[in-house]
Write a protein that binds this ligand. Structure first.
Ligand code: BGC
Length: 269
């Protein structure tokens, strides 16, 4: 495989499981040195297992614990990584979680927890990444861009989601955070884009696929008739991080098997 991300350093937040782990492995396969970020001591083992897989495949990476919702931890992570690896070229703002509740029963804690990780976490990491890109300056032999940021959004940046108002609000917020930052830093050659996954088979949505009945019902929402896999998102992330997508910034790329195509209307509404 051609090493399109050779000599580049990539941080993937929330990479100890699910989509983040899939993205970390694909970026490493494309030649990047990958920082497998994870939030708390209890996720250390899972993050180390992702790093072990990367190394067994001939790639390079380390795990790094940092809660992306905490400003001082994020600042420390970027400073440590710049010291250890020289710089950062790619940020995949992936860390995200759900705390679902009927809206009238949603606690402020559930609201703040989801917004804190999913939206504030993306703000804090993107800000530190941009500071690092500007400080480092261009390295044309590594990439045409000064830096690349990929925000993990969701089909729920456009599909309303009853019972998940905190999560949908965080993803709607990511859309305009991403586009505003993309607009602000395009003249500096920093590219900022989002991937909007549909239903990807990971622990976050286990109840939607772990019985045949649940999976059958999920497939009525997916015209392409299969659940997504973390590699589907990983491949899109490699493309968005590489110079193959050099003219793309401010885009929300839907990787969803057609979930956003209003499948309910496929039989005449
Ligand atoms: C959510 C999943 C859900 C998918 C499609 C994702 O953003 O995290 O739980 O299955 O959207 O609805």
């Amino acid at each position: 495989m051609e090493k399109k991300l050779k000599d580049q350093v990539a941080i993937v937040t929330g990479a100890s499981s699910g989509i983040g782990a899939g993205v970390a492995k694909k970026l490493a396969e494309a030649g990047a040195t990958v920082i497998v970020n994870h939030p708390v001591p209890s996720t250390q083992e899972a993050a180390d297992a992702v790093v072990a897989e990367i190394r067994a495949d001939g790639g390079q990476g380390i795990s790094y614990q940092c809660d992306v919702s905490k400003e001082e931890e994020v600042i420390r992570m970027f400073a440590d990584l710049a010291r250890q690896f020289g710089t950062v070229d790619i940020l995949v703002n992936n860390a995200g979680l759900q705390r679902d509740s009927p809206f009238n029963e949603m606690t402020l804690e559930q609201w703040n927890f989801v917004l804190g990780v999913n939206l504030t976490g993306q703000f804090l990491c993107a800000r530190e990444a941009i500071r690092e890109f500007l400080k480092r300056g261009p390295v044309p032999q590594r990439s045409s861009a000064l830096g690349k940021i990929i925000c993990m959004s969701s089909v729920h940046e456009v599909i309303p989601w009853a019972g998940h108002a905190n999560y949908a609000a965080s993803k709607g917020g990511i859309m305009l955070l991403m586009k505003s930052v993309a607009q602000e830093f395009a003249p500096k050659k920093i590219r900022v884009n989002s991937i909007c996954p549909g239903a990807i088979q990971t622990p976050i949505n286990r109840q939607a696929w772990d019985t045949p009945e649940a999976l059958q019902s999920l497939l009525t929402l997916i015209p392409y008739q299969r659940i997504g896999q973390p590699e589907d998102i990983g491949k899109a992330a490699v493309w968005l991080a590489s110079d193959d997508s050099d003219y793309i910034t401010g885009a929300s790329i839907f990787v969803d098997g057609g979930m956003t195509l209003y499948p309910g209307f496929s039989t005449n509404g």
